[in-house]
Design a protein around this ligand. Structure first.
Ligand code: NAP
Length: 543
């Protein structure tokens, strides 16, 4: 049933903070509960006390209709799968660069058509991008989407080339010579930097680095994270700031049941942090975090406001008309007071603070803020760790144009565009954060990738994509080239071996104990059993 809104083609989808189930159109079939790849839907009878606010939020989204059948109760229109016109130079072969949600959804969409071949290239020996390295370890249900990705990777026509860096191990032109198209879904791996005095000193860093560190990203395993002080200040109040503050204040024994990296767990066990301040430059009504994440935070952590911010919340609440903002403000208005004694590490949300400089000579000792909107009022907060959390940023992709202001590759519906001529760059496509900027949740990438794939397939059908030369069209030719450049390439069997080894290391107590060094991942991949003889023969015949 078409009972979950807004849908990707309805207004408001791009900025939606959550989706809502229409209680009149829903027939209680439960299909969405089992299908939701991130476990975000549960029957209302199974909501935990902390989740109960979602019942009222969901109901408030739909107007009262006095028994009339809502217009949304029609069967959902099934979006057209991209239909590929077969042609002699086929099958369509696409290289996808990156293996996060946008990449995997693009592969899924392409593989709806028989005969299509998709080769997914990933710089790290392990796949799935921010689902593995970005989603917080205490959000295991969100990470469940990797099961869907594993099923996509198992489909006929899908090949993993992990531990292969496009741009150094293999170039864009080489990929294009072996495929009809190259689709970049490389995300936005840099952070936006805050240019104030003192950033860069010891004791300063970015929230996104901490996220990569606690999630066991191999390039951040040795990040120096000093938790030997009482207060951490995070600048910016988006969902990433909430994630980091939650992890820094959660009981390590609870985190020990997750897949948090061993080095982060050890550091958190020794942590002296008693307060994390999340400092926003604007007021409560402009909080960047989303409502579901705020509800989740207040359900699990002690979150407080000081008296001045309680007053700001009350003022904003008196003026706010938008229901989403009002809901956030109502939750904020019920938070405890910062003057009350703390019984465990807590989070303080602070407002109207524009960062001016990090205090300290050799290492961070605090932050100085100007009170936003006031001519001369200054607030200084002591802190041993100062983190900026002001958003991710796309990085230029070698051989593609780049829009520096937006931090994205210029594109029209996923077709890469040459900004000097406005013409599409043949065979080059983008999806996900490198296409639209770092916003939205995992599911947003599904419709984003589908749009790119539809345009790619239309270009293929219109004869705009060149067939690879005969000697390069066979998978074995690409395989040889990749292995000549990167002998340690990890394939699907290698990933399965890493996955199984990590789960076994968890010992049934944890979902997995992650490898955090590439060498350990490669050693586990090398233990992958050779495929059975009949599969090798079949693979040879297909080639
Ligand atoms: P974000 O939501 O864009 O928040 C950025 C924050 O930085 C805002 O508070 C912004 O304030 C502030 N900021 C920007 N420039 C600043 C400056 N010069 N000085 C001080 N503050 C500054 O970014 P994010 O938290 O990195 O999240 C990125 C995306 O990932 C978002 O779409 C988020 O929802 C998503 N995400 C989702 C989840 C989840 O669903 N669980 C988890 C993590 C991330 P202003 O508003 O004043 O500009």
């Amino acid at each position: 049933m078409n009972c979950i809104h807004p849908t990707p083609d309805e207004p408001g989808f791009a900025t939606a903070e959550m989706l809502y189930i229409d209680p009149e159109a829903c027939v209680d079939c439960g299909a969405c509960v089992t299908a939701c790849p991130v476990g975000a839907i549960v029957p209302h009878t199974r909501l935990t006390p902390e989740q109960l606010p979602f019942v009222a939020l969901n109901a408030a989204f739909y107007p009262v209709r006095e028994g009339k059948v809502p217009p949304t109760s029609k069967l959902a229109p099934v979006p057209d799968a991209p239909r590929i016109d077969p042609r002699p130079g086929g099958p369509l072969t696409v290289a996808i660069v990156g293996s996060g949600p946008a990449a995997m959804y693009a592969a899924d969409e392409l593989l709806t058509q028989r005969g299509v071949r998709v080769n997914v290239f990933e710089r790290l020996p392990i796949p799935y991008g921010l689902v593995r390295a970005g989603v917080a370890p205490d959000h295991q249900s969100t990470k469940r989407v990797t099961r869907l990705f594993d099923r996509i990777a198992d489909r006929r026509g899908f090949t993993f080339y992990l531990n292969v860096e496009v741009g150094s191990d293999i170039t864009h032109d080489e990929l294009l010579a072996h495929h009809h198209a190259v689709l970049y879904a490389v995300g936005a791996p840099n952070d936006r930097r805050l240019e104030i005095d003192g950033m860069g000193m010891a004791g300063t860093g970015t929230a996104t680095e901490i996220v990569a560190w606690y999630n066991g990203h191999p390039e951040f395993a040795r990040l120096p994270v000093d938790l030997g002080h009482e207060r951490v200040v995070i600048i910016g109040n988006g969902n990433v700031a909430l994630d980091v503050a939650r992890i820094l204040t959660t009981d390590p024994d609870a985190l020990a049941r997750t897949d948090i990296s061993d080095h982060a767990l050890a550091a958190l066990r020794g942590s002296k942090v008693t307060e994390v301040v999340i400092a926003a430059r604007r007021g409560p009504a402009d909080s960047a975090f989303t409502l579901p994440e705020l509800i989740g935070l207040t359900a699990t952590c002690d979150v407080v406001l000081d008296a001045a911010d309680h007053e700001r919340v009350a003022r904003d609440l008196a003026e706010a008309t938008d229901p989403l903002t009002r809901n956030k403000l109502e939750i904020l208005s019920r938070l405890g007071d910062a003057s009350a004694p703390a019984t465990r590490p807590r989070i303080r949300l602070a407002y109207q603070l524009t960062p001016r400089r990090v205090l300290g000579e050799r290492r961070a000792e605090g932050v100085e803020f100007a009170v936003t909107g006031s001519a001369d009022e200054v607030v200084r907060l002591d802190a041993g760790l100062v983190l900026t959390s002001i958003g991710y940023r796309g990085r230029p992709v070698r051989d593609l144009p780049f829009d520096d202001a937006g931090g994205v590759v210029p594109n029209d519906g996923g077709r890469v565009i040459d900004p000097s001529t406005g013409a599409p760059v043949r065979g080059s496509y983008v999806a996900g954060w490198i296409k639209r900027g770092p916003t939205g949740f995992i599911g947003t990438n599904k419709s984003c990738a589908a749009q790119t794939v539809h345009n790619l397939v239309a270009d293929y059908n219109d004869g705009l994509l060149l067939d690879p030369a005969r000697d390069r069209a066979k998978p074995a030719a690409l395989d040889r080239l990749v292995r000549s450049r990167q002998p340690d390439v990890v394939d699907a069997a290698g990933w399965k071996a890493i996955d199984a080894a990590e789960i076994a290391r968890g010992g049934g107590q944890r979902p997995r104990r992650k490898f955090t060094h590439a060498a350990d991942m490669l050693a586990a991949a090398a233990d992958a059993p050779a495929p059975p003889l009949h599969e090798r023969v079949l693979a040879g015949l297909r080639r």
